[in-house]
Design a protein around this ligand. Sequence first.
Ligand SMILES: Nc1ncnc2c1ncn2[C@@H]1O[C@H](COP(=O)(O)OP(=O)(O)O)[C@@H](O)[C@H]1O
Ligand SMILES: [Mg+2]
Length: 425
Amino acid sequence: MLRKGGSNWVEGDSFFDREVELEILMDRMRDGNHTLVTAQRRMGKTSLVRELLRRLVEGGEFETVFVDLEAALDPADAIAETAVRARPVSGAWRRIEAGFANILKEVGGRVEELSVSDLKVKLRAGIDAGNWPQRGDAVFAALAGSARPVVLAIDELPILVNRLLKDDSGRITPEGRKEADAFLSWLRRNGQAHRGGITMILSGSVGLEPLLEQAGLSAHANIFSAYDLKPWDEDIAVSCLSELAGTHEVDLPHGICREMCRKLRCCIPHHVQMYFDKLHDRLRHAGRQAATEEDAERVYLHEMLSVRGQTDLQHYEDRLRTILGTAGCPVAMEILTATAVDGCLDGGAIDRYRAYFTAAAGNAGPGGPTVDNVLHILLHDGYLEPQDSGYRFTSGLLEDWWRNRWGGSFRPVIDDGWRSGGAGR
Ligand SMILES: Nc1ncnc2c1ncn2[C@@H]1O[C@H](COP(=O)(O)OP(=O)(O)O)[C@@H](O)[C@H]1O
Ligand SMILES: [Mg+2]
């Protein structure tokens, strides 16, 4: 009985497949291998890690802590968040509480009654730019002292690192680099010091490696072995659609499921779920149970590709702004739109963009990402994939959507007649 996913991460009876992935990650946690789960957004990283922790707790071997750093502004925030999420680990929490005794004193015996967010505010007040490394060490030491080994999951770490590194325009500043360096060294040191006692599993919807590469800080990621989470292959996605149809009493023939997956090209779990959900809505409106090929086609064209209300696809754009800033975002937008309109981006076009944007960046001053930095991020974060001597969109859905959204009046900045096949599309 597979339930529909909704808009957040899933676990338990909404969680489908990923059995091999879970097995591999279980082994890694048992072996104490710090892991960095990488995949583009909406691939199911958070769900996978949540489900992993759920099963680890069920197995009784581990204590688990899940920390989300999406909203953390600095290392002090990250440490306060980690401390407060460790509250359910009883032995560890007593030690953390003791470490913050002077701050928690005013609360008296009512710590138990505080909500997570109130408690976090209190703890945060005791951490500052000077003492965060010591405070952080104490939190790690408290966790490491637990009777059972601890799996510490840290979600959206790259967002924090990105925030530390860059100013508002997306340029890496010397101070930002220093701060990110300090934070990542601290994390690495703790990862090494408590190997076996605490195993970290990091994940995030933007790639950590390209960020660190841009900042010249790649060495900090070397205690983490990467685990690349792939999209579902077509057969898995087809079974997911069939199971969803079964649970929700929709008659969805196999051939239509397959056609739906072909349109997506890359079966990102969230897109599979979204496609089913929209199809389900259409059938309910029509008062029917049986889906036809035409239903699937119409839902794709009018719902999946609609510019309005597609916050999830819109997100692909917003992320670029976050990661690349005002300096790099236009480069990425240009490259993506040219690729969507032409169906591919060949080596010649890349050379032209390199020349064009290098000249443009020379006028704007140093510090912004280069065309090659941008391409690396687009590849790493799953927008593009290599094809022949160039690139194409990994996802058929994103390609079609992007072309609809930006392709209409697009004129490439380097347009001097080089686009051979694409002009009429
Ligand atoms: N294993 C899964 N089974 C069913 N649906 C999934 C699975 N993984 C992801 N999804 C779908 O994708 C959506 C996004 O998942 P999430 O874990 O938040 O992705 P990420 O953290 O990679 O951005 C979920 O809301 C759900 O609809
Ligand atoms: Mg996530």
